[in-house]
Write a protein of this length. Structure first.
Length: 61
């Protein structure tokens, strides 16, 4: 059975509003790790904001 708390896009959007991308601290640390990695495995945790930032920064990678 699907847990709607994890499949409702409105809740994901609310999460992003309540936890905005800061661009510093942890956000910058993890973005630097992703950008310096040869490959990245997205395990599906969160709403994808980190990988969206990485794709915007280097779309050809």
């Amino acid at each position: 059975m699907v847990d709607h708390a994890f499949s409702d896009e409105r809740l994901a959007q609310l999460y992003d509003v309540l936890n905005p991308w800061g661009g510093s601290g942890d956000d910058a640390f993890y973005l630097d790790l992703v950008m310096s990695a040869r490959s990245v495995l997205d395990v599906g945790c969160g709403t994808g904001a980190l990988l969206r930032r990485a794709r915007e920064a280097a779309p050809a990678r």
